[in-house]
Write a protein that binds this ligand. Structure first.
Ligand code: SF4
Length: 434
């Protein structure tokens, strides 16, 4: 049961000693209630109150970490149902299902750049039908990738063989069900590895997790068995709602298997959106993976912090002093839209990126974050005049209204109004700037 800030405050020492980094115990209590600080930051909580406060301040969805030979994948710690209520924190890990090491090296080296960020797969889910085959496959896969692994089997001996081939790692054991949970839980406890639990109803899942937790395994992942998209959506949503109401029996990340669905792209998109922490794909398909990685990024960025690039002057296609000076904002997608069009055209240009707090051109203009004063300041701060022989700047067409004010701010510069869309920039540069 979650406690309010006031209830938490009553259980704190109320001395306002500030050692937790907050000016008062009440301020710390409010942060604790919002799950934004750790209880351990206050060294003076009595043992009697610790257990109750720790339970109350724990995130509603437990953070589960898979550790590979290098790197880790985390899922959980989410605190809301809808992204816009706050943000989603830990992106679901995308895993490729494999029965051998074939293709693993290729998938492991896959890297794609999206608005300045590099994306790749997160790990591999290894499947085998005997202990010997699991040992052999895990060793071969480990030779091709260091990323975290999921071990897929209902047979405790097969899972044990996989674990033995991964010393020092914490793969996800997937997993336990009503028929094998005691043996698999023992295995997970001994190895300290997280364990996925499957059942086809929420009650059955909750029953299993309670029994497994009583055996001493805390790092659990839920695998709700659904036969179609509608059911998986309903189960995923109901579990998230219950978890956010502090139902600890289902307060764990989910794992989804779009690899078993008729339409893998739709199933994986649904899983990423609502609410998987681990997503297992059938094979390495760059065209599928790229779409999912971009979708994931867009859902898991903080809605209050747009993706930004560093303000500054960017050189495109080795500009010369007579090359044009283009202006845009530091919203990543805007920057890359402009930069990619100009770069693709082969035309040299100086691209001045102004600090518009990560907003696109029109949004920033409407919010007063992209005006003549800011543009002039950027031109001066980045010493653009020292780089060019022709003092001429090109404004985005959407803010043509700023041209008069900019002339006043930069009296010795020629102000030109460019096209509204980045795609029209190359033609504009060829025809209007010569
Ligand atoms: S460290 Fe504890 S006692 Fe001191 S101000 Fe913070 S909450 Fe209060």
């Amino acid at each position: 049961m979650a406690l309010s800030g006031i209830q938490i405050y009553k259980m704190l020492p109320q001395t306002n000693c500030k050692e937790c980094g907050f000016p008062t115990c009440l301020a710390f209590a409010m942060k604790l209630a919002a799950k934004q600080v750790e209880l351990s930051a206050c060294p003076y909580v009595t043992e009697a109150n610790k257990a109750q406060l720790a339970e109350s301040s724990a995130p509603p969805i437990r953070l589960v970490t898979l550790t590979g030979a290098a790197g880790e994948v985390k899922a959980g710690n989410e605190v809301c149902l809808f992204r816009h209520e706050k943000t989603f924190y830990n992106k679901p890990g995308l895993f490729i299902r494999v029965k051998s090491a074939a293709g693993v090296a290729e998938a492991d080296s896959y890297k794609v750049n999206y608005v300045g960020m590099d994306f790749s797969v997160d790990g591999f889910a290894v499947e085998a039908d005997s202990p010997a085959a699991m040992t052999e496959t895990v060793k071969a896969v480990r030779g091709a990738t260091k990323r975290p692994l999921i071990l897929l089997s209902k047979n405790p001996d097969i899972l044990a063989a996989g674990l033995a081939a991964l010393p020092g790692e914490k793969p996800l054991l997937c997993g336990a069900d009503a028929s094998n949970w005691e043996k698999v839980a023992e295995l997970a406890k001994t190895a300290g590895a997280p364990l996925a639990v499957s059942a086809d109803t929420i009650d059955s899942l909750a029953d299993l997790t309670e029994k497994i937790k009583a055996k001493g395994v805390e790092d659990l992942v839920l695998d709700p068995q659904a036969t179609h998209l509608g059911k998986s959506l309903a189960l995923g949503t109901q579990i998230r709602r219950l978890a956010l109401k502090n139902n600890r029996a289902v307060g764990f990340p989910l794992i989804a298997f779009p690899c078993n669905a008729a339409d893998e792209l739709i199933a994986a998109s649904q899983a990423i959106s609502k609410y998987a922490g681990f997503v297992v794909l059938s094979e390495f398909k760059p065209e599928l993976l790229y779409a999912l990685l971009v979708l994931r990024e867009n859902i898991y960025t903080d809605p209050q912090k747009p993706i930004q690039v560093q303000p500054g002057i960017y050189e495109i296609n080795s500009p010369r002093p007579e090359s044009p000076v283009l202006i845009t904002t530091n919203f990543s997608i805007t920057y890359f839209a402009v930069a990619n069009e100009v770069e693709g055209s082969g035309l040299p240009a100086w691209l001045v990126v102004t600090d518009a707090e990560g907003m696109s051109v029109l949004t920033a203009w409407a919010a007063g974050k992209f005006d003549a004063e800011r543009i002039a300041k950027a031109i001066k701060t980045f010493n653009v005049a020292d780089k060019v022989s022709k003092k001429r700047v090109v404004l985005p067409g959407h803010v043509a209204v700023l041209s008069g004010e900019l002339e006043a701010e930069l009296p010795d510069w020629e102000i030109r109004v460019g096209p509204r869309e980045a795609v029209d920039l190359p033609a504009f540069m060829k025809t209007a700037l010569n």
